[in-house]
Design a binder for this molecule. Structure first.
Ligand code: ATP
Ligand code: MG
Length: 263
């Protein structure tokens, strides 16, 4: 299968990359680069600045969290990184590709290949078993059913659910359902996993278990995790935390003196 040039991960950015906004090259180990990112909504004659000029670089293999009060733009930001929505202006560079320049019809493919999602409401399909739910993201991948099943079982084993393959969502506990959702996000082995309050509905102990599973994936597979959370107990388990307010980053632990030594 031929891989189009814009999908090939490029360590060196294309020559014109960033010329419009900022000529600075994309750092070699950056998986996500946001430049002056804006998303505006027109509502009843009023403009809402959900993202108001965000600049952010996330490096490959980071395990980070995003905090900020309700309405500060966290989900809007994840939607941009996950190519679910397009910005009003600015750049979103995913694995060396400026996705704002990619034709709209090609975005689903980038999304499938680069990004896994975990939501607060896990969005599992109720009539499907755990194994079937997890293998769903591979349905477009042009691979055999047997391969899909093997990958799904492997992902479920990674979240310690190898003994719940044929259970439907209602036959699983809340924490188990969320682990199925994580397995589904990981089955295509995406470079980036986006989690929007993945532990929001779970008790403290179950939440800790979920974060531990993600941490293990991050360490073993080197996948980048970006976790939106309101829970300080979750954010302190991550290696970097950014705080958002009014569509901007107001604090970034990676740029504070205490954190730069480990960054
Ligand atoms: N589709 C939309 N149309 C109009 N306004 C929107 C839309 N989506 C989000 N907004 C507005 O953009 C702002 C940011 O919303 P966003 O969902 O990103 O917040 P959030 O930080 O995820 O909040 P929460 O913690 O409550 O999930 C809010 O003021 C919201 O009302
Ligand atoms: Mg949100």
């Amino acid at each position: 299968m031929r891989i189009p040039s814009w999908l090939r991960p490029s360590a060196a950015p294309p020559a014109d990359n960033g010329a419009e906004h900022n000529a600075a090259p994309v750092p070699r180990n950056a998986i996500v680069v946001l430049r002056d990112l804006r998303r505006e909504y027109e509502m009843g004659g009023e403009t809402i600045h959900a993202l108001a000029g965000m600049d952010l670089t996330i490096h490959r293999g980071e395990f980070m969290s995003i905090m900020g009060r309700s309405g500060s733009g966290k989900s809007t930001l994840l939607n941009m990184i996950g190519c679910l929505d397009r910005p009003t202006s600015g750049q979103v560079i995913i694995d060396g590709v400026d996705v704002t320049q990619v034709p709209k019809r090609q975005l689903p493919r980038i999304r499938r290949e680069k990004v896994g999602f975990v939501f607060q409401q896990h969005n599992l399909v109720p009539i499907l078993t755990a194994e079937e739910n997890v293998s769903l993201p591979l349905r477009y991948a042009n691979v055999s059913n047997r391969y899909r099943r093997e990958r799904a079982r492997e992902a479920l084993a990674a979240v310690s659910l190898e003994d719940r393959l044929t259970h439907k969502p209602t036959e699983l506990s809340g924490g188990q359902q969320q682990r199925v959702a994580i397995a589904r996000a990981l089955v295509s082995n995406p470079a980036i996993v986006l989690a929007d309050e993945p532990t929001g509905e779970l008790d403290t102990q179950t939440a800790a278990g979920i974060i531990e599973v993600m941490q293990k994936m991050n360490e073993q597979r080197g996948q980048t995790f970006i976790i939106v959370t309101h829970d300080p107990g979750v954010s302190e388990r991550t290696n970097r935390t950014i705080h958002m307010s009014d569509g901007k980053v107001i604090e970034d632990s990676a740029t504070t003196p205490a954190a730069t030594e480990t960054a």
